[in-house]
Design a protein around this ligand. Structure first.
Ligand SMILES: [Zn+2]
Ligand SMILES: [Zn+2]
Length: 117
């Protein structure tokens, strides 16, 4: 709880110089409603009290209601990142390790066979 409030106050202090884009983190001048860099919406209206909040904030400044289904979004994004971290080199190494293990099994199999005969 304390971590997220620190995060939010940090975001709020950053956004004082302008409106921070929730999508690309571009700092837009105050008074604009869409991001100049990516065109994303900078504000979100609270469904409970109708207050216009900056999209970077996770909770309504008036009533404290959650503005996004944030947790789910964040998890989805980090999961996607994990998948992108697996490079073709990783897959190659994995296959190489599998091949080596298989080769060793075959080798030992042959050796035990030759020992039996
Ligand atoms: Zn943007
Ligand atoms: Zn609200």
């Amino acid at each position: 709880m304390s971590v997220s409030s620190v995060e939010e106050s940090e975001k709020a202090s950053r956004s004082r110089r302008g409106v921070l884009c929730a999508k690309c983190e571009h700092l837009n001048e105050t008074g604009v409603s869409t991001c100049k860099k990516c065109g994303g919406h900078l504000f979100v209206t609270c469904v409970d009290c109708g207050t216009r909040n900056e999209r970077v904030l996770t909770r309504c400044t008036q009533c404290g209601r959650r503005l996004h289904r944030g947790m789910f979004e964040k998890h989805g994004r980090s999961f996607g990142k994990h998948i992108r971290n697996i490079t073709p080199a990783h897959i190659f190494l994995y296959i190489l390790a599998l091949g080596l293990a298989f080769g060793l099994v075959v080798l030992f199999g042959n050796m035990s066979f030759s020992g039996l005969w």
